[in-house]
Design a binder for this molecule. Structure first.
Ligand SMILES: [Zn+2]
Length: 319
């Protein structure tokens, strides 16, 4: 079902050193369908790896489903969406820092991030929080057959509260995929230093997605319905993959690749799942409209500021 195009008015993710307890109720993901005889305990590093990625359906039946990710994005086969809902990144309303999650198969940071509102083609507004981000190398999605050096996934999960009933949310996750390509002239990203540097403390103090979006001269993105690209492969993801790869320095690319080389889970030194069949799914295309945001607004002021900047930011295409 077609869903629409999104406008990202402003993008703010920020954490502070002071930690505040925040209660957020995320919509639960559907239970994965397990294969007979396989228990949830088998889904750790010992049970699966990228060396047996062709056989993940033996662990979880869902991994053999018809709406799996990643896919090859064939740009000539994509369809322009006609509806333009919005993604509105409100300012932070939590002070919890980003902590590195102990994931054996990627480098991942989890925290209490900003809220977004996504309006679908039917006019329904779905509210998500940006929940975690993690890294793949090389890229998982391909664009016209091309792999990129790195793909970062920014994962947003729908929330349950007085204003929103999880039962009415079809896709509980919206994930942004941004590509990075090694470029000789690239300078190091400050924001990557705590992620990639093995000597870092594992905590990210401040982060702004717009740092990346504002670097894109071509804001084309592709949207389709898919799945998690690791077990349990839940088919509950709105995928938004940006076309233009951003530059990354050899130094920072190598830092992440070195992380993989230290792990026993990566005998083949990559953590990208093989391309999955499209199975008739439509790939929808949109064009983002970018504008810069130079400061992180206060909680109270954020919505007003965002409205004042309503002409700005990024338009997304989502099914
Ligand atoms: Zn991922």
């Amino acid at each position: 079902m077609i869903f629409g195009i999104f406008a990202l008015l402003s993008t703010m993710i920020r954490a502070e050193t002071a930690t505040t307890e925040v209660t957020r109720d995320y919509c639960s993901l559907p239970d994965p369908i397990y294969a007979d005889g396989v228990s949830a305990a088998d889904f750790g590093a010992a049970g699966w790896s990228y060396a047996n990625a062709a056989n993940w359906a033996d662990f979880v039946v869902t991994c053999g489903g018809s709406f799996q990710s990643p896919i090859e994005i064939v740009t000539s086969g994509s369809t322009q969406e006609s509806v333009q809902p919005q993604i509105n990144y409100k300012s932070k309303d939590a002070n919890t820092a980003y902590e590195e999650a102990n994931k054996p198969y990627t480098k991942e940071y989890e925290g209490e991030y900003s809220e977004i509102e996504v309006t679908d083609a039917s006019g329904s507004v779905i509210r998500y929080y940006a929940k975690q981000f993690h890294i793949h190398t090389p890229s998982e999605h391909t664009i016209d057959g091309k792999y990129y050096d790195l793909e970062i996934h920014f994962v947003h999960q729908a929330i349950q509260d007085d204003e929103q009933d999880c039962n009415k949310v079809k896709n509980k996750l919206t994930v942004f995929g941004i590509m990075f390509q090694e470029t000789a002239s690239a300078t190091d990203y400050e924001v990557f230093k705590p992620w990639f540097d093995s000597n870092a403390t594992g905590e990210v103090e401040s982060f702004d997605l717009n740092d990346f979006f504002s670097k894109m001269s071509d804001n084309t993105y592709y949207h389709y319905n898919g799945s998690l690209t690791t077990l349990p492969c839940s088919q509950t993801v709105n995928w938004v993959v940006f076309q233009q790869a951003l530059p990354i320095s050899s130094t920072q690319l190598k830092q992440f690749q070195d992380f993989l080389s230290d792990s026993t889970v990566f005998p083949i030194k990559h953590n990208n799942r093989p391309i999955q069949h499209l199975n008739g799914r439509k790939i929808l295309k949109g064009t983002a409209i970018a504008a810069s945001v130079t400061e992180i607004p206060d909680v109270e002021a954020s919505f007003a500021q965002t409205l004042a900047m309503a002409i700005l930011m990024i338009v997304f295409l989502i099914q």
